[in-house]
Structures are given as C-alpha cells and as structure tokens.
Design a protein. Structure first.
Length: 220
C-alpha cells in the first residue's frame, strides 16, 4: 500500500505547529515505504524488532534517526547500540545498565526514555510509580554513557477515550514531577505517548512526541 502523502503532510503540519515530534512507525513495512517518507522530509522512524531495525539501518540513509520502540531484551542491545538514536522502552534497571555498557563499547552516549506502565493490560511493560521513584532516587551518575531524556507510555487498547485520557494525564503528572530534577545524565525533555488512534488526545495531555504507523503506512 502506497504512503498516504496527503495524510502525512496534514499530520506533520499539525505537529510542527505544536512542536511535537513525529516518529513514523515503520515496523513490517518495506524500505521503499520508508524512503518515500524520507523524500518528503521525514527523518525519525520507529521499529519494534531488533533484527528488522538492523536490516533497515543498512539499507537507508545514515541521517535517519532510528527509534527503538518495542520491548528490548538485554542480550539484543549490542545490535542497535552502534546507531540507535533514541531507545523508548527502558523498562528495568538491568536494561539501562546494559545499554550503558554497550554504548561505552561503541564510544557513544545513547538517549533513552523510561517506559512507564500506564495501561491496565498485563502485557504492557514498564516501571510503576514507585519503581520509577526508586530508580530516579538512585545514583544515576554511574551510567555515564546514557542520557535519560524523559518518559514513554502506552495507553490501554480501548474505545473509552476518557480512560485513555486519564492514563495520559497520569504519565504527564509523573513527567512534570521529575522535570525539574537536574542530574548530569538525567534531564526530562521528551514525553513520548500517543499512537495513530489516540495521538490527538495524547498531545492535548502534554505529549511532545507521537508514534504513528497505520495512518501513514496503512494497516498491517
């Protein structure tokens, strides 16, 4: 299915006015589709699977900013550490430590977001509020090769928009709570939440980065 150019241009125009970054979620989509959006000016792309991401990295221009947005296993960090622009899905201290380790091996500092569990589904990953507080209160300066840039969350899969809105509000409250903290490698500036079905609500509730796939690339 070809890229919906008109939809892309409408979305990017809307987001630019609000200073919101668009991550085009290209998982399962061919490189040709990515390059089509690239020619329109899109540079931020998101992938859920390590193998697919590494394959696409090799076949795309090197000024693409690759976002890893799926659940990341510690033993696979090494494959994306050389080039990942932002890892959205840091859901444990163990994973943060591994990213730091692999970033050091590659002489890089990798930007990360802490994933917060805001949905009711058990299948969603992420820190809860107490775990987040515990992590942030620990000595984060030991991680010299990561920069914690903010929070990411995924709302419940539901038609209940008020429920989704409340989950986004909760995430924004946490974001605001820790935004004033200033540690060498910890400074919140990114709130990544909202996808094709709910990105407008997410922006209303404070998101400044949205992850949109099906609206741009069509249904999978």
């Amino acid at each position: 299915m070809p890229i919906n150019t008109a939809v892309y241009q409408n979305i990017i125009s809307e987001l630019n006015k609000k200073s919101v970054t668009l991550v085009a979620v290209s998982k399962t989509k061919p490189v040709e589709d990515i390059l089509e959006l690239y020619t329109l000016g899109q540079r931020d792309f998101g992938e859920n699977y390590v193998q697919e991401l590494t394959e696409k990295y090799e076949l795309t221009p090197k000024d693409v900013r690759w976002h890893f947005i799926g659940h990341l296993q510690s033993n696979k960090v090494k494959y994306i550490a050389p080039f990942a622009s932002l890892i959205h899905s840091v859901d444990s201290k163990k994973l943060l430590a591994e990213i730091d380790k692999q970033a050091k091996k590659n002489n890089r500092v990798i930007d990360c977001l802490l994933q917060i569990h805001i949905a009711e589904e058990e299948t969603k990953f992420g820190f809860n509020e107490n775990e987040l507080k515990e992590l942030i209160s620990s000595d984060l300066t030991v991680y010299r090769n990561v920069q914690i840039k903010g929070l990411m969350g995924m709302a419940s899969f539901t038609d209940d928009i008020q429920k989704v809105r409340n989950e986004f509000k909760f995430l924004k409250r946490l974001f605001d709570k820790y935004s004033s903290w200033s540690i060498v490698n910890f400074q919140f500036s990114i709130l990544s939440t909202g996808m094709s079905a709910d990105y407008e609500v997410a922006i209303e509730e404070g998101s400044n980065m949205v992850r949109i796939g099906s609206l741009l690339f069509g249904k999978r």
